[in-house]
Design a protein. Structure first.
Length: 222
């Protein structure tokens, strides 16, 4: 089992009130699967993604990645594991404005000591994503679809086991949306698991399984 969430909950405490954003979620994903989570804004989707990617810690429950319990590791060790095994595509435009396209893609490689250089891999990813000619461009000159491809290339630079994409097509036109979905299907077919959170039901057709998030609870739709 690549990703294993066991009875995961997240409670936010605000003054005298508490909000349970994620309620007892269990989810298992194998290598090579393309899994989608749909739901309205405020349903808990982004909180769940933040738990999986380590931006938040669960209030209760356990999260395993490649058999290692992320929630039990020291912060530094968990961060290093996520950097090596999880590629994250956040919502909206996430490129760093003062770095070139290729430097944006290479950045995660340098967050921890590694042997070798990411240059050839970064160029290969940009070419595969159809934006190889933009390697030296600055993000401000790119369209929304091109910036999203940069974010995906950056997520793949460390050859992750799992790609997590939070609303990756939310502000794209239909042509760019379909191109991104086809790419995720190709990534999954190559053995890397893909977990996509979306509110666009029509983008889930290429996936293997679809779940719905509603009021913090996750249920399988197909």
């Amino acid at each position: 089992m690549l990703l294993d969430l066991q009875d995961v909950s997240r409670v936010f405490r605000r003054e005298k009130t508490t909000v349970e954003a994620v309620k007892h979620v269990s989810l298992q994903i194998e290598s090579g699967e393309f899994v989608s989570i749909i739901g309205r804004s405020g349903s808990g989707k982004s909180t769940l993604i933040n738990l999986i990617t380590g931006l938040l810690q669960p209030t209760s429950g356990r999260i395993f990645l490649d058999g290692e319990e992320l929630t039990a590791l020291p912060d530094a060790q968990a961060t290093k594991l996520r950097n090596a095994r999880i590629g994250y595509v956040p919502q909206g435009q996430s490129t760093i404005s003062n770095l070139s396209v290729i430097d944006n893609v290479r950045l995660p490689f340098f967050l921890f000591p590694r042997e070798g250089t990411p240059d050839a891999k970064a160029e290969e990813l940009l070419t595969r994503l159809g934006i190889g000619q933009l390697a030296d461009a600055m993000p401000r000159s790119l369209s929304g679809g091109e910036q999203r491809r940069v974010a995906i290339a950056r997520a793949l630079i460390n050859t992750p086991s799992l790609v997590v994409a939070d609303e990756p097509t939310g502000d794209l036109d239909s042509a760019n949306t379909q191109a991104i979905i086809r790419l995720f299907r190709e990534i999954a077919d190559g053995g890397t698991a893909v977990l996509m959170v979306t509110h666009e039901v029509d983008t889930t057709a290429a996936g293997d399984r679809v779940y719905r998030m509603e009021d913090g609870r996750l249920t399988q739709e197909r």
